[in-house]
Write a protein that binds this ligand. Structure first.
Ligand SMILES: [Zn+2]
Length: 117
């Protein structure tokens, strides 16, 4: 591995510390990690800390992705939220905006416009 590859990582990131350790290892036996991380000056402990942080980052990212995919795949109508269906305008005192499903006037809709009608 060429040292160039390290430029792909943010030097502040745990991945940089890990990549640097792997890079050093690739240069021959007995090459030990040598970077500090988050103030930890012992390179072995710094690497361990970086690995833990990196894993944490990936778990959080994975959780985000799972949520996004689940939201996308939500085909279960019971969990869908129904929103108010506004009546046709133009609106006036004689023709106020109301929900066609529940009849509630627009002034009383909450911000999410959830309709129980
Ligand atoms: Zn409604």
């Amino acid at each position: 591995m060429k040292k160039e590859i390290l430029k792909r990582f943010d030097p502040q990131s745990p991945e940089y510390v890990i990549a640097h350790a792997v890079y050093k290892q690739g240069r021959g036996r007995g090459r030990r990690p040598s970077l500090s991380y988050k103030g930890e000056k012992n390179p072995q402990k710094a690497l361990l800390l970086a690995l833990t942080d990196s894993m944490q980052n990936h778990e959080e990212r994975m959780a985000e992705i799972v949520l996004a995919v689940e939201a996308q795949n939500d085909r279960n109508p019971s969990t869908w939220k129904k929103i108010h269906k506004p009546s046709l305008g133009p609106y006036s005192e004689a023709n106020p905006c109301v929900c066609l499903d529940c009849g509630q006037p627009r002034e009383e809709w909450d911000e999410e416009r959830i309709c129980n009608g």
